[in-house]
Write a protein that binds this ligand. Structure first.
Ligand code: CP
Ligand code: NVA
Length: 321
């Protein structure tokens, strides 16, 4: 089965940010994930990571990400070790450079969920094994990969679709913007003043958008962003690490709820997306989250299929270290 991995994926060393990943690699990862999902359901997966170990360094809580990495390693015949920050002390008990070097000497890959994005970059720079960003304050590339896979499954294409992101311009929004523009999906971002995407991020996304013909629209008006789109996406207003700002954020985002009235402004065939966990009846209503337009739980399941494909590609190679 490994021979059917597209050659372009042999160029992939780490998966830290969508911004660093080429459109060809993203497309190949999505296609591989869809193929492996079908093979998985037929019981045709090969345990191709037998004897391999993934170290999972987590500074923050997780349901989907932890489940997807650990389950994928089990399904591929390998093993995963979950290391919480209070056990290993990222950058406190020891220097990240030493942690990277030691972990690389025993394990075949590292996935890390961290506050500062520079931590995953340092793990990659100082270790000798592939590093996967399992969410940083700046990016959530594994989520964006599963989101693109889910849209591809739903619409049978990505190029030419239109997506509106309504809410906080956070890690999920940044990765989504990069994935969409690289794959030809036009994006409209609706966020209140003070919570909008950095100009530098938008400037960095424009070259890919020009290449694929995607547009980028920034607005403060959710109704404007969702007009006639194929997909509406939202995420929590208060991300992990921002809990002290919760009240202030809930006030700022009060007009940004994804609800039935907003959904009616999108195309009749539009889907609703959320990376989860959701704060029900804050950023999204029960009615929409549980309604017929929601593909939220398909997104969540696809975290497993995309993660397994990533692990197969990155850990399936001989260890250069
Ligand atoms: N979407 C996502 O990453 O979920 P968890 O935080 O539960 O892993
Ligand atoms: N933006 C959220 C995503 C959780 C998957 C957070 O960082 O908490």
């Amino acid at each position: 089965m490994s021979s059917d991995i597209p050659p372009v994926l042999s160029t992939l060393r780490h998966f830290l940010a969508i911004q660093d990943t080429s459109p060809e690699v993203l497309t190949a990862l999505i296609e591989l994930s869809i193929r492996r999902k079908i093979q998985f359901r037929r019981g045709e997966l090969r345990p191709m990571l037998q004897g391999k170990t993934l170290a999972m360094i987590f500074q923050k809580s997780s349901l989907r990400t932890r489940l997807s990495f650990e389950t994928a390693m089990t399904q591929l015949g390998g093993h995963a070790i979950y290391l919480e920050d209070h056990q290993v002390g990222v950058a406190t008990r020891e220097d990240i450079r030493d942690m990277a070097r030691v972990t690389s000497s025993m394990c075949d890959g590292i996935c890390a969920r961290v506050f500062g994005h520079e931590i995953v970059e340092k793990l990659a720079a100082h270790g000798t094994v592939p590093v996967i960003n399992a969410l940083s304050d700046w990016a959530h590339p594994c989520q964006a990969l599963a989101d693109m896979m889910t849209l591809q499954e739903r619409f049978g294409r990505l190029a030419g679709l239109r997506l509106a992101y309504v809410g906080d311009a956070n890690n999920v929004a940044r990765s989504l913007l990069n994935a969409c523009t690289k794959l030809g999906v036009s994006v409209a971002l609706a966020s209140p003043a003070g919570y909008q995407i950095d100009k530098a991020q938008v400037d960095a996304a424009w070259p890919a958008a020009r290449e694929t013909g995607a547009s980028i629209t920034l607005t403060e008006e959710p109704a404007e962003a969702v007009a006639d789109v194929d997909a509406i996406y939202t995420d929590v207003w208060t991300s992990m690490g921002q809990e002290a700002e919760r009240e202030q954020r809930e006030r700022a985002f009060a007009g940004y709820q994804v609800n039935a009235a907003l959904l009616r402004r999108a195309k009749p065939t539009a889907v609703v997306m959320h990376c989860l966990p959701a704060h029900r009846n804050l950023e999204i209503t029960d009615e929409v989250l549980d309604g017929p337009a929601s593909i939220v739980f398909q997104q969540a399941e696809n975290r497993l299929h995309t993660t397994r494909a990533l692990l197969e590609v990155l850990l399936g190679k001989p260890n250069p270290g």
